[in-house]
Structures are given as C-alpha cells and as structure tokens.
Design a protein around this ligand. Structure first.
Ligand code: ADP
Ligand code: MG
Length: 623
C-alpha cells in the first residue's frame, strides 16, 4: 500500500503556519505588513494577554471586495506578484500569499473588510482553518483582522509560547520596527484595552524615533546624511562614539522599509564603528538603506527577515563608510542639532591652534545620564514617557534582562556660535581643563567650564598612542626591524594563499615577506612596536584580519586591531604615577586625536558630570 498522501489544506496551512506564525509578534508583523501594502495611513494594533487571547490589526487601507476577501484566505493567494519576473524585484512587504491562511489555521480568526466606496463590507469567520461564516457587515472602510485563542487547536505550539510579558515585549518590539520604518503612517498600540502608544503621522523621522524611544536617547543620536555609494543609499540616525548597548535590540537596519538582518549590513555597521565600539557591545542605529530591489533577494526566509544581496561587499562598504563619515563629522556638529551640546572644545583641524571662541555659557546642562543613573535604565522599555505629541502611556517589560549600558561619556559637539572675541594668545586644546588631582592612581579629576570631567589615564594614553601609530602606518609606514636571519614561517595552504596575495598590505604593517614555496613565507622585517618573540602568533592575527576584511575595505583598516592591542601593552597603566606636566600633555595630545572620546577598544576616555547633574544630585534642582 502506498504511504505518501497529499496533506489536507487545513493541515498544510498549519504546517506552513509553523514557519510564518511562530509567535504573536509574527502575526502582528504579517498583519501590519498587509495593512501597509494596502496603503493604510492609520494602523491600530491591539493585543491582549501577550497575544494569546487577542491580536487585532485594524487599518484604513484599500479594503477588499467579497471575492478578494474569500481568496485572501486561500493558500498561495496574493494580489502582489503575478509572474516569476515579479519575484526578482519585490516592492511590497507580502508576496508569498501565505500569511492569512496560516494565521486563520491556528486560532479563531475574523476578517472584516470593506472597500472605501462599497456599500457594505464582508465578514469572514474561520476557526482553526475551518470556514464558519461569511456574511455582509456594516464595518468601516478598511480591514480589521482579529485572531483570538491563538493555538487553541494546536496544543503542541501553545506550549512553546513564553510568558505573557515576554510575548508582549516581542509584539512591542515588532510594533516599533514598523512604526520607525513608516513615520508617514499613524500607529496606535493597545495592550489589554489600554493605549500604549499613539504616534501621529509625521514627515520627520526624528520625531517618530523620539516618540518611540523618548527624548533622552533621541538627543544622543547623530544624523547620517544620505549619500549613495555603489548604488546603496543610506541615511538615518546612529549613536555617537561610546554610546552602545549590551544587546542588539537597538541596532536596527531597514532595507527599503523592511527591518532586516543581514551579515553584510551587520559587519558594515561594526566596521564603521570599529575602534569606537567596546567588545561585546552593540551600537544604536536607525539606518535606512535604499537600493534597487533587483539587487537583492528577500525570498530566502519565511519571515522575510533576511535578504541575500547580490553584492554584499558593496553594501557592507557603503554602510561602513556612512557610519565612519558620521562619526568623523560628529566632532563638529552645527548648533541646534539634537546632540549639539556646548562642549567648549572642537579640535577640528589639528594643524591649527584651537581657540575656544566664546566663553562657555553660564549654565550648561548636558543631558547625559551619569553612570549609576543609566545603570538603572533598561533599553526601550523604561525610557521616559515620550513627549507630546506622541504619547507613551504605560511602561512595559523589556524582552530580555539587560546589562546596564556603559557609562555615558563625552559626546563631541560644536562650540557656541557666533564667534565673539578671540583671546590674544592662542590656546591649546585641552586648556579648558584644570587638573584637580588623580583618583585611585587612574582617574584624573578635572574641572571644565561645564562641571567635572574624569579621564581614564590609561585609556587616554592608549588612544593617543593608537592614533600616532596609525598615522605613522598610513604615511611613512611603520618603523621596522630587519631580522638578522630571515624567518621561515610555515603556514596552512589557505593562509599561504591569503598572505601571498596581500604582500603590499603586509609591508605597510612593517612585515616584509616573500613567498618561498611549499607553504612557507620568508620574513625579513617585523614592525618594531610588535613583540617579535612569537612571529607565528603575530602572523596568525594578521591572517584573521585579512580574512575578515571585505575585498573593498580599505587596507588601512588592516592592522588597526593589532595596533590597538599593542598600544595597550605600551600605554601607561593604572597605578603609574604621572606628574602634572605629563598629565597636561596627555590631555593636550588626547584632545588633538581624531576620536578623543574613547580608547581604541571603544571604552570611554572621558566622562563628564555637568553642574546640572551635580545640582540634581545634591537636591539643588528638581531631577
Ligand atoms: P501576501 O501578503 O503575501 O500577498 P497574505 O496572505 O498576507 O499574502 O494576504 C493575501 C492577500 O490578501 C494580499 O495579497 C492582499 O491582496 C489581501 N490582503 C491581506 N490583508 C489585507 C489588508 N489589510 N487590506 C487589504 N488587502 C489585504
Ligand atoms: Mg501578507
């Protein structure tokens, strides 16, 4: 007897639902995407008991006539693509025609829909994939889709639901992603009958972000000016140097309006931040990538979260450069920018003496939380109530327990304008700091016009050495030592090939090598700043770096990590006693660095506690 049989439609939908509808947040994603595809300008998401009791998405989009409504719940029924050519470039969120039948197969489903000018609408009820009723309905124009008792008929799946609060947190995160990607659409989120967000439509991306994450975080973001490189246009907002999170929840990248994950984007972001990001930390990004939909394939993941780029390297490189440019620019922000604060030094051009242009303002308050304060905060969830017009009504639990973000630290910004008077003697960068003493043989206490500044002397020295070494490498090449006896290094065939292809890059690093055949490299020189007792270890580090660099990445990036580790060994340590003139010159050198605010490993070098912050702590001013 034959054993193979065709699955019934209901069962096939449940199987497909396993991929599409893994949890309430996924239902929300699919329904909101449908509403967006239907051209809605207002979308309301309502969820009860973490989604297990109710998920309802209501929109004012195109609606459907009865015939389409009946088709929409059939498997592989879609209005969005017709031919296989359409699949090569997808302009809509949906295209698989799978979501509605999948959703209808795993709960009590009700669809209400009415085309704008139709006399009446249609109501369809389906329980566990079984059609229960189709009737006329006097509903509002648009579509409302409701799913109650999620997984009531699939107990095995129900068991996999996490706690209500966890599922809710995922729903909320999903909602945020849609809301950020579509500021032109008004969004409402309702939890257990209580409104949580009401976000009016806006043309202003920053306003939408602020509505979702609160003022405090929003004002620490730097704008990424849109530039197109290799056919990839990128714009948005990112956290400045040293501003990071311990999880990826706020490293958001959108591709043509779709929030996606992709190694090319991820590595591009990391490469862009490079030495300004601490190990194990994730940056905060709201980045929007626009590119021709022919240049990638979204049809690789049932939840459409991943894409495959035809030229991943171009995307990675464009991303990395967009971030680098923004971080570099952040040293000289124009006034009035969200993060534009009055920090009185902006050593923009290292060749020119730096002159603080006007006396610092009388009362300066940097909206930067101090360490303990930020330790109490958790990402997204416990951010302050969003300002009007966006209303954040109630707090909610975070998806995962968080580790506190690192201490907030100095963010560069512009000098106050306009220029008033030039002091007669040109001042040096760092002159505005008055050294008060050294705490715990490590932290240099300084007074600035704006309050207290703490400098980690070790981290600061690391940054200074790092930039000196990098400049040397970029200009005259690193100092090398010629070995008395050339070193014969035997490596794996793969590494041999990689190293042989990159001899000029190696030379820049001070490693003169020659392929000697039989997977052996003859090494004549090594950089003086390297420990040479273990050249094999050094070379394997180089190989790792070479392998991790994209073909289009600047070869100057090569070696940065190595320099960073090396300088760490040479830099003054905690406990090293520095006399005041040495400290003063360290501060000056630091302030002349391209990126003075963090060490090459991304840790902060300077932390500021403003007078405003101190006043609050001592109860002189309401927090
Ligand atoms: P897909 O979105 O991949 O096409 P779905 O199963 O999600 O597949 O939806 C099937 C079809 O139902 C869509 O192609 C669309 O024509 C219609 N549809 C679904 N949701 C809505 C909505 N909110 N408003 C208007 N039409 C909708
Ligand atoms: Mg869909």
């Amino acid at each position: 007897m034959s054993k193979i049989r065709i699955l019934s439609d209901a069962l096939a939908s449940q199987v497909a639902a396993g991929e599409v509808v893994e949890r309430p947040a996924a239902v929300v994603r699919e329904l909101v995407e449908n509403s967006l595809d239907a051209g809605a300008t207002h979308i309301e998401v309502a969820v009860s008991r973490g989604g297990s009791s109710l998920i309802r998405v209501t929109d004012n989009g195109s609606g459907m006539v009865r015939e389409d409504a009946m088709l929409s719940i059939e498997r592989h029924a879609t209005s969005k693509i017709k031919t296989k050519e359409d699949l090569a470039a997808i302009y809509t969120f949906g295209f698989r025609g799978e979501a509605l039948p999948s959703i209808a197969s795993v709960g009590r489903f009700r669809l209400l829909t009415r085309e704008t000018n139709a006399l009446s609408g249609t109501e369809i009820e389906i329980h566990g994939g079984k059609l229960i009723a189709v009737r006329d309905s006097g509903c509002a124009p648009g579509t409302s889709i409701e799913l109650r008792s999620l997984f009531y008929n699939v107990p095995a799946r129900r068991k996999f639901l996490r706690t209500e609060s966890t599922e809710w947190a995922h729903v909320e995160q999903q909602f945020r992603l849609h809301a950020i990607a579509n500021p032109q659409v008004a969004f409402t989120l309702i939890k257990d009958d209580e409104p949580v967000f009401h976000l009016p439509a806006t043309e202003n991306m920053m306003e939408r972000i602020r509505g979702l994450v609160g003022d405090e975080l929003a004002q620490r973001l730097l704008p990424v000016m849109e530039v197109e490189r290799f056919g990839v246009a990128i714009h948005g907002f990112i956290g400045g140097p040293g501003f990071s999170r311990s999880n990826k929840q706020m490293q958001l990248t959108f591709l043509n309006g779709r929030c996606i994950e992709s190694p090319s984007l991820h590595y591009g972001v990391r490469e862009g931040y490079h030495t300004t990001l601490m190990k194990g930390q994730y940056p905060v990004t709201f980045l929007f990538v626009r590119m021709d939909p022919h240049a990638y394939d979204v049809n690789v993941h049932p939840a459409k979260k991943e894409v495959r780029f035809h030229d991943g390297n171009a995307v990675r490189e464009a991303m990395s450069r967009a971030i680098q440019d923004t971080l570099n620019r952040s040293r000289a922000l124009p006034q009035g920018h969200p993060t534009g604060r009055s920090v009185p030094f902006v050593p923009e051009d290292k060749a020119e003496p730096i002159i603080p242009i006007v006396p610092p303002p009388q009362q300066v308050e940097l909206p930067i939380p101090v360490a303990e304060k930020s330790a109490l905060r958790r990402d997204w969830s416990e951010l302050p109530v969003a300002p009007s017009p966006a209303v954040r009504v109630s707090p909610a639990p975070a998806i995962e327990q968080e580790v506190a973000p690192p201490a907030a630290h100095f963010v560069p910004s512009a000098p106050p304008t306009p220029p008033v008077a030039q002091p007669s003697t040109p001042k040096q960068p760092g002159d505005e700091f008055k050294i008060l003493g050294v705490l715990g043989k490590l932290y240099v206490l300084m007074e600035s016009p704006e309050g207290l500044v703490l400098m980690d002397q070790h981290a600061a020295h690391e940054r200074v050495l790092f930039e000196k070494m990098r400049t040397a490498m970029e200009t005259e090449g690193v100092p090398t030592q010629r070995l008395l006896m050339p070193l014969m290094l035997h490596v794996s065939p793969r590494d041999y090939e990689l190293l042989s292809r990159n001899l000029p890059s190696l030379a820049k690093l001070g490693i003169e090598a020659e392929p000697f055949g039989a997977n052996t490299l003859k090494i004549d020189t090594l950089p003086t700043f390297m420990r040479t007792d273990d050249p094999a270890a050094l070379l394997s580090q180089v190989v790792d770096e070479l392998a991790s660099l994209s073909s289009k990445s600047s070869s100057l990036r090569l070696g940065e990590d190595m320099i960073a580790t090396t300088v760490c060994r040479h830099a003054v340590k905690a406990n090293d006693h520095l006399r005041e003139p040495e400290l003063a010159s360290l501060i000056r050198d630091l302030m002349q660095c391209e990126m003075p605010y963090c060490c090459p490993h991304g840790r902060p070098t300077l932390i500021q506690i403003s007078y405003g912050e101190l006043d609050k702590k001592f109860g002189r001013r309401a927090p």
